[in-house]
Design a binder for this molecule. Structure first.
Ligand code: UT7
Length: 317
């Protein structure tokens, strides 16, 4: 597959570190130093489905096709107001597409998993044009009185359209069941028969553990992919890493012995937007004219599960 269109949508509310200082025992200095974040964009009156729809319409326009030309939609999403139907089904109706739809939840790695699934479907001949989107509102999963998590996240939606072509050089997905360092548990409706004990609560994250695992697994994935493709780290124009923390990005750059010019970022003004982060970044690069045909890009993400997903693509729009 190859990517032929991209789009993105952000919520309108910008929350700065100074705004967080007003109700949390935190500081602009701490947040910037430990995460690289200055502000994040957070859902207020918007619905995630509307951001997902806006990003999708932009990607389809950019691809130069019609919504009815889309023959499969894959949406990466962890939470939204609906448990069912899937967000992909809602977006399908709103953009006027007529095709099969599916949601995937591979946490922050979901966009790379969705791209990999799209490639399989195109290779098998079962689809021609696929809309792959990642729409996330992690700000609805955290406890807003917990300074160790709520300052980290932002919301947003990014989308791409893919079609047949030589754009995917390699991909690598891994999952290691490690459910105790990052999770969010919701309570289901009661029934007259439930006897088990049930828990619910905001997102739990062991930040230090996730930090270490993220740096090691992401740099390992990237090195394996480069080796397999016979490429040197400097053959890649940009590394689009999951935007969880600027220090994680710097640590991965260090592991690859590359300077930061290879690592575009939006974590500074978007926060951690879960699986949407890489898709948002790709659209930003494309729309600001920073991508030329033939450029090789690495995308790499990690998240709850513990999941990782990485791929090398050649930009060939
Ligand atoms: O996409 C999902 C994946 N998530 C991630 O990738 C997150 C990965 N982890 C991280 O980004 C970092 O671990 C954090 C940003 C979450 C935390 O940074 P850290 O350097 O690992 O800090 P820490 O957790 O070791 O905390 C250091 C101190 C603690 O105080 P004490 O115990 O040393 O007194 C925290 O209570 O910083 C304190 N702290 C804060 N202080 C001011 C934690 N959050 C804040 C805050 N403002 N917002």
């Amino acid at each position: 597959m190859r990517i032929i269109g991209t789009g993105r949508a952000h919520p309108s509310k910008v929350v700065t570190n100074a705004m967080l200082e007003q109700f949390l025992d935190t500081s602009d200095e701490w947040i910037k130093e430990r995460t690289g974040m200055s502000e994040r964009k957070i859902i207020t009156s918007e619905k995630l489905e509307d951001l997902a729809t806006e990003a999708s319409i932009l990607a389809i326009k950019d691809a130069g096709i019609e919504p009815t030309d889309i023959d499969y939609i894959i949406c990466s999403n962890v939470v939204n107001e609906y448990v069912t139907p899937g967000l992909s089904c809602i977006v399908q109706g709103k953009i006027g597409a007529k095709c099969a739809c599916v949601d995937v939840n591979a946490a922050c790695s979901g966009f790379i998993y969705a791209l990999d699934m799209a490639d399989d479907r195109i290779r098998s001949g079962k689809a021609k044009n696929i809309l792959v989107l990642a729409a996330e509102e992690p700000t609805r999963m955290v406890d807003w009185s917990d300074r160790s998590t709520c300052v980290l996240f932002g919301d947003g939606a990014g989308a791409v359209v893919v079609t047949g072509g030589k754009g995917l050089i390699g991909s690598r997905l891994t999952t290691v069941s490690k459910t105790d360092c990052l999770y969010y548990v919701r309570k289901l409706e009661p029934t007259p028969y439930i006897t088990k004990e049930e828990n619910a609560g905001p997102m739990y994250m062991n930040g230090r553990e996730v930090f270490k695992t993220a740096v090691l697994s992401s740099s390992f994935d990237i090195k394996r992919l480069l080796d397999k493709a016979g490429l040197k780290p400097t053959d890649i124009k940009y590394y689009l890493l999951h935007q969880a923390n600027m220090r994680i990005i710097e640590a991965i750059a260090n592991q690859l012995q590359l300077d930061m010019s290879y690592f575009p970022h939006n974590v500074d003004y978007c926060g951690n937007t879960s699986s949407a982060s890489v898709a948002l970044l790709l659209d930003e690069l494309h729309r600001s004219g920073k991508l030329q045909n033939g450029d090789k890009l690495v995308m790499s993400a990690f998240g709850a599960g513990f999941t990782t997903g990485a791929c090398i693509i050649e930009w060939n729009k």
